[in-house]
Design a protein around this ligand. Structure first.
Ligand code: C2E
Ligand code: CA
Ligand code: CA
Length: 806
């Protein structure tokens, strides 16, 4: 009822389903294709479908009233099935591809014996195939034992193959109605197919397969091939076969077809017709292949060839491809070749376009290569190195492992370039690059920075032998033409993460170490010492700040009293320098004085210390305070010729009593440095009226004679002996003997570093005259020190009568 209504409304009588099925069956019967033998032309096409979609099963299936029967099948062990269980019966009700992604989950199929039984079908995609009259006779389908999900747009090849099957059917089962001429409609369809597949497909071989199928159908040929004609590096043409009919040439034909899939079959100098047609710009026709002298020998196992036609494919004037067709029953004619021209022209253009695209890609690759690699050695260049280096550092951080960054510079390379010319120089660089690559592992990086400079980045170096091996590789004589060249290299290495600098700094450090290797006599490696480097950098910073500190009076002398043990009175003070650093706060001398050593600032600070001391002594004199003041001077300043001048200048116009209260402390070790020089300086000091004290005595092992001759009035026993003398008999002995030595040579003896009563008492027992240390007070700013001293004197004056010492 409803159907009738709608038919009426559209005013056109639709064929009813029963009627349509009847006529469909009649058309199928007229073709007389059911239950005929298998045919290669269909087998080829379903194979192509199977290969393209990588499915185990592909079928060309036909449906008659009761059953589905497979005209061509791969991967399925059945000849036919009842129609009731045929997936294809569903497919022929559609106009497009019918897809079942997972049959076990599909209501319509989950109980189907094809799904539940041995065949174990899960995936199905089938495209209806029509007979020449337009009725759907069956399908081309692919199946898989596992569920799959092939998107709609990827099913184009299946559609194309189904239409090729239709053409084949038309040709063989309906042929009598056509004249023996290439029908224009089919040619146009083939052209369309060629264009579509070339556009949508990057599997070139599948494209050629479809083209070949078209050509076989269009010309009624039994065998054929299609391929590109290319030229090798010697400018000789060769044929790269894109598609060839599956003919059993030999037991290895299976291998060949496998090969074809990946790389294409190459024909070179076959010495037969294919070869001849490959070289010719003309169509080549051979009607009696057997007797043709050009035919040459066919490969063993090749089926017989009776007739052959080779048609070159052109793009413009360029021969870009070749089609070979064989065994057309009625033979080949030039007319046939002309009829095919529109199709082959299209193919020519498409091949040309594809080539241009490939060339452009190769050009692009070439540009990239040039931007990242050194053209001479093929090693990564500086730009590429930067990228690789960053990656390596990240990788090393992740694995918490080490990297060696090596900077290599050839020794005497310039000489080779100058003496033998640049081409020899280039050859040497290439050899060096290759040898370095050989010595290192795959994961290590070797790059050329330019000139004769290389950089290697090596993972996890366990010992230095690898550096030696690299240098050794360069040292081996290099033969070039009739020359034997000897070369060497200097190499600097820095180790990440011990040197935790940024990449560019790491390279710079390796470079610095390389220069150190050159300085040390070349032909060796040197490892960058990060700690020394940091100290040096620190030193540079301190030096820069010192000038400013002097100008802005950031230095200040703290005072630590020296106590006369017998009377418990303050005899005087030792001046100890402090730096009121604007950022770091109060700094002790250890954190900056060593850095000034061996620079002009050692004397500059010394002059400040001297001037400050003289000013204090003058001031104290005015206050009526007869304290002495000891100052420390650096070895650099002491051993320079300037010290005496500086003292002279500072003491200009000073009374002798002021001069005699100034005590210059000189390290015993310095006194040993250059005995002659020290002697003359100290004598001049004595002439100036100042006193001299030998500081840190006991550390320098002066000979008795030296000690006796030095014009020093005072000896200071080094703190290390004093602090340990209560527990260490050896140290006690040293303290004792220094005291007795001093007494014998009539020198005043001072002990440093008294930190408690017991130490003081022991020193008194041993006959030490003066003492200094935290037991009394730490060094204090001048005003506080004076106040401390005054208080101390008062207390002790009061207690003195009782002979009780603190
Ligand atoms: P030094 O000449 O041996 O000075 C004595 C050092 O021992 C001072 O350290 C002082 O603070 C410390 N000291 C004093 N009593 C004790 C104690 O009981 N226990 C301990 N543990 N330490 C005590 P400071 O001030 O840090 O000076 C260190 C060194 O720096 C001095 O050793 C001296 O060689 C040098 N120095 C200090 N001021 C100057 C200066 O103006 N010029 C030069 N060239 N060197 C200086
Ligand atoms: Ca001192
Ligand atoms: Ca000392």
């Amino acid at each position: 009822m409803a159907a009738e209504l709608s038919t009426r409304r559209y005013g056109k009588k639709l064929m009813d389903p029963v009627n349509r099925e009847k006529r469909r069956l009649t058309a199928l019967e007229r073709l007389a294709i059911m239950d005929t033998g298998s045919e290669e032309r269909f087998d080829r096409l379903i194979n192509l479908a199977r290969r393209y979609y990588n499915t185990p099963i592909a079928l060309f299936s036909l449906l008659d009233e009761k059953r589905q029967w497979f005209k061509s099948k791969r991967g399925l062990d059945l000849k036919e099935t009842p129609r009731s269980i045929a997936f294809c019966d569903h497919a022929i009700r559609q106009d497009s591809v019918f897809v079942v992604a997972d049959a076990s989950k599909d209501e319509r199929f989950c109980n189907n014996p094809m799904v539940t039984g041995e065949s174990h079908i899960r995936f199905y995609a089938g495209m209806p195939v029509r007979e020449p009259g337009g009725f759907k006779m069956g399908t081309l389908c692919i199946m898989d034992h596992k569920p799959r999900d092939i998107p709609e747009h990827e099913l184009d090849v299946l559609r194309t193959l189904a239409s090729l099957i239709e053409d084949e059917v038309e040709r063989f089962y309906h042929a009598s109605q056509y004249q023996k001429q290439v029908p224009v409609s089919r040619l146009n369809r083939a052209i369309q197919r060629a264009q579509n597949t070339f556009h949508t497909d990057d599997d070139q071989d599948a494209v050629f397969e479809i083209l070949l199928s078209d050509l076989l159908v269009l010309t009624d040929s039994q065998f054929g091939f299609i391929g590109e004609v290319l030229t090798n590096s010697d400018n000789n043409p060769y044929l790269r076969v894109g598609a060839i009919t599956d003919i059993s040439w030999s037991p290895e034909s299976a291998d060949r077809s496998q090969q074809r899939k990946t790389r294409g079959l190459l024909f070179e100098r076959l010495n037969n017709l294919i070869d001849t047609s490959m070289l010719s710009d003309d169509v080549l026709i051979s009607d009696g292949f057997e007797s043709d002298s050009q035919a040459g020998e066919l490969p063993p196992g090749h089926p017989q060839i009776t007739r052959y036609m080779g048609i070159p494919i052109f793009s413009g004037d360029n021969r870009v491809g070749l089609v070979g067709l064989a065994n057309r029953q009625e033979g080949y004619t030039n007319k046939l070749a002309i009829e095919l021209k529109p199709l082959l022209q299209t193919v020519g253009q498409l091949i040309e376009r594809k080539r241009m695209y490939q060339e452009r890609q190769e050009h692009q690759k070439g540009l990239e290569q040039a931007a990242n690699f050194d053209s001479l050695t093929g090693l990564p260049n500086r730009r590429r190195l930067t990228e690789l280096f960053e990656q390596e550092l990240t990788f090393a951080d992740q694995r918490q492992s080490a990297l060696s960054i090596c900077f290599i510079d050839l020794d005497g390379f310039k000489g080779i370039n100058d003496d033998y010319g640049h081409s020899v120089g280039d050859a040497v660089l290439k050899t060096v690059a290759a040898r370095l690559q050989h010595v290192l592992r795959e994961c290590d990086i070797i790059a050329r920075l330019g000139g004769d400079e290389f950089v290697a980045i090596i993972r996890d170096v366990e010992n230095n032998a690898v550096y030696e091996r690299m240098l050794e590789a360069i040292r081996r004589p290099i033969s070039h033409q009739d020359l034997t060249l000897d070369l060497a290299a200097s190499m600097g290495v820095t180790l990440y993460p011990r040197d935790p600098s940024a990449p560019d700094l790491l390279l710079r450090h390796a470079d610095q170490a390389m220069y150190a290797a050159k300085d040390a006599g070349r032909n060796r490696y040197s490892i960058f010492d990060f700690e020394t480097h940091v100290n040096r950098a620190e030193r540079v910073r301190i030096l820069e700040q010192t000038a400013k500190a002097l100008g802005e009076s950031q230095f200040e002398m703290y005072l630590q009293p020296k106590i006369v043990l017998a009377s418990d009175q303050v005899e005087g003070f030792e001046a100890l320098i402090r730096w009121n650093h604007p950022e770091k706060g109060l700094l002790g001398p250890i954190s900056f004085l060593p850095q000034l050593e061996h620079t002009e600032y050692a004397a500059a600070v010394g002059r400040f210390v001297i001037a400050d001391a003289v000013a204090k002594l003058q001031h104290w004199k005015q206050l009526g305070l007869p304290y002495s003041l000891s100052i420390n001077l650096s070895p650099t300043h002491l051993l320079s010729d300037m010290l005496v001048e500086d003292l002279q200048a500072a003491l200009q116009g000073c009374d002798p009593d002021i001069r005699s209260r100034l005590i210059i402390e000189l390290l015993e070790t310095t006194a040993l440095d250059d005995p002659g020089k020290i002697m003359s300086i100290l004598l001049k000091c004595r002439d100036l009226g100042v006193q001299v004290s030998l500081d840190d005595f006991g550390t320098g092992y002066s000979s008795l004679d030296h000690f006796r001759r030095l014009p020093a009035q005072e000896i200071k026993i080094d703190r290390s002996f004093v602090s340990d003398m209560l527990t260490n008999a050896g140290d006690e002995m040293i303290v004792k003997s220094i005291i007795s030595l001093s007494k014998n040579f009539k020198r005043r003896v001072v002990a440093e570093g008294i930190e408690n009563q017991a130490m003081q008492d022991k020193l008194i027992d041993m006959g030490c005259e003066q003492a200094q240390g935290f037991f009394y007070t730490k060094p204090l700013p001048a005003i506080a020190a004076l106040a401390w001293a005054e208080a101390y004197q008062n207390v002790n004056r009061f207690q003195f009568g009782h002979t009780i010492r603190r």
